[in-house]
Design a protein around this ligand. Structure first.
Ligand code: ATP
Ligand code: LTN
Length: 328
């Protein structure tokens, strides 16, 4: 009997990359047997920046297929798109009345994404984004939220809002905890090891997408920046190499030390050639499964998942409305 709830989501805002996989999705598949897991495609979060309607719909279905191909198992968990369950936005409004401007102004993601010094033109949705994320989490009495490190600040806000609501209206929400993996929590960009690998990076050489061809992967790894020197060492003062060894290690199950050992006396060339093959070999079975799932199949999984989620969400909102004194 699974007793604790797990919730997580990814936005359908670009191509999912190995950072998303190693930071978030790999944890999901490892934990779904142990927790009562709900996985969501955060399409309402994606529209906080402009999206083409046709592309957004296609991307949402693609992400569902990626989840399934990566091993998210609808027999063991619930999977749906955020916009299919209207209670997410309803709870967001209520949490908005508890969130403070000061809470949101601290958020690094907002500061990064609203072009610097251009607060006047940044969207309100982008600013309010963490409150919608808090609603996603709190709606389902979530205990743990497996994510990459960049999302911990948002989870902290969900914790604050849960406590604020509970203090004011009585125990209503579980205070959730973020969970990051060792090693995979922050995969850095291949073109710039000082910034995290990101879906919305401008350079195509920043990230390896889960759906990249073998040829594209070889090219990206060849072009990946490296540090000065020529030895293959896993050290903080060699951030580019450390990131590449980290990816090698996580995808091959070899420790960073054994990788250092393997390439002792050999240069970056050999290391990069092998790393490309490790990534390609890891992604091949995933890509095969991905290609075998139809859009219709993915949509059916989402519809069934949404039906399950709606039952939980309507129950929770009934309690929330009553606590606040709303008559609706
Ligand atoms: P963007 O950079 O466009 O905001 P993203 O690549 O960060 O997009 P999200 O949808 O924001 O993607 O993140 C989905 C999940 O993947 C989150 O749990 C996030 O923490 C995790 N994640 C994102 N980038 C990385 C990364 N470079 N390393 C590890 N985990 C990551
Ligand atoms: N904001 C998250 C995606 C997201 C999420 C959530 C993650 C939306 N709702 C709830 C965990 C729990 C991101 O990765 N950009």
């Amino acid at each position: 009997m699974k007793t604790q709830r797990l919730f997580s989501a990814v936005q359908p805002s670009g191509n999912l990359h190995i950072g998303n996989y190693l930071g978030a999705i790999a944890q999901w598949t490892a934990l779904q047997a142990e927790y009562d897991a709900i996985f969501c495609i955060a399409d309402l979060h994606a529209i906080t920046v402009p999206q083409d309607p046709v592309a957004l719909r296609a991307k949402t279905i693609e992400i569902a297929k990626i989840y399934l191909a990566a091993g998210v198992d609808p027999e063991q968990c619930t999977l749906f798109a955020q916009s299919q369950v209207k209670e997410h936005t309803e709870l967001m409004w209520i949490l908005n009345t508890l969130a403070r401007l000061g809470d949101l102004e601290k958020m690094t993601q907002f500061k990064d994404k609203s072009a610097k010094g251009e607060k006047e033109t940044a969207g309100v949705g982008l600013f309010d984004y963490p409150v919608l994320m808090a609603a996603d989490i709190l709606l389902y009495d979530t205990a743990i939220v497996p994510v990459g490190e960049d999302q911990l600040q948002h989870i902290e806000l969900a914790r604050t809002l849960a406590r604020r609501f509970n203090d004011r209206f009585g125990e209503s929400f579980v205070v959730p905890e973020g969970r990051v993996t060792r090693g995979g929590a922050r995969i850095m960009g291949l073109d710039d090891p000082t910034k995290k690998m990101s879906k919305s990076a401008t350079s195509e050489y920043n990230a390896i997408a889960l759906t990249d061809t073998a040829e594209a992967i070889r090219k990206k790894i060849k072009k990946a920046v490296t540090d000065s020197g020529s030895e293959i060492v896993y050290r903080d003062d060699k951030p580019a190499l450390k990131n590449l060894i980290n990816i090698y290690s996580l995808l091959s199950m070899k420790t960073p030390e054994s990788i250092e050992e393997l390439y002792r006396g050999r240069g970056y060339g050999d290391f990069k050639t092998d790393l490309a093959e490790v990534v390609i070999g890891f992604l091949a079975p995933f890509q095969e499964r991905f290609a075998a799932i139809s859009d219709e199949e993915a949509l059916a999984v989402l519809e069934a998942g949404a039906a399950e989620a709606r039952i939980l969400a309507t129950g929770k909102m009934r309690l929330v409305r009553e606590r606040i004194g709303l008559i609706g």
